[in-house]
Unconditional design. Structure first.
Length: 188
């Protein structure tokens, strides 16, 4: 499990981790279920809703099983971000892993509504990039963000992403079309 320490001298002096990442397992089912249900409306205000089957009795366990299989098959990697108290505060994912000729993936993340603005997304993305570049030996990570999501844009910029484009009317949410800003980050 990778842990990031904050840049704040007060916390750094005590080496208190801001967040740690770990792949989801069946042991996380209760926490992940609570996280998803508590933040469902918050998430669905800015991204498309998960299928109803996800919220059925076995839906989240099936999602955990799928995440494990995708990691074994090198297709995608999901991580749960927990704060120093062990609370599940965010998720970060590397999806659509492409190996031959590309060695890249797409980054996605979501933070619990009650934990936004605390630096968790920045640290979780930093750790995910470390895994992507050092452990998985990927070369390029992409991320797409709506232009009005300034918090996520700042998370990407703080982690060394650069914007390389913008697509217009390319993402539909609640019947409305939105633009997307496209970002990339390369291994050093």
């Amino acid at each position: 499990m990778l842990k990031a320490t904050p840049s704040s001298p007060t916390l750094s002096e005590f080496n208190v981790p801001i967040v740690s990442l770990s792949p989801p397992t069946s042991k996380d089912l209760e926490d992940l279920t609570a996280f998803e249900f508590a933040n469902r409306a918050f998430f669905e205000a800015s991204i498309n809703a998960r299928p109803l089957s996800y919220y059925a009795a076995a839906g989240i366990q099936e999602a955990i099983d799928t995440a494990i299989c995708e990691a074994v098959e090198d297709k995608g990697y999901q991580f749960l971000a927990r704060n120093a108290d062990g609370a599940l505060v965010a998720r970060v994912n590397l999806t659509r892993v492409r190996r031959e000729h590309f060695h890249g993936a797409e980054l996605g993340y979501r933070v619990a509504q009650s934990h936004t603005g605390k630096g968790y997304a920045t640290e979780a993305v930093r750790l995910a990039l470390h895994i992507a570049f050092q452990t998985l030996k990927l070369h390029r990570i992409e991320a797409s963000v709506r232009p009005d999501n300034t918090g996520s844009i700042q998370v990407l910029l703080r982690n060394g992403f650069t914007q390389y484009g913008r697509s217009t009317r390319s993402f539909q949410l609640a019947g409305q079309w939105h633009d997307l800003c496209h970002f990339e980050c390369h291994a050093a």
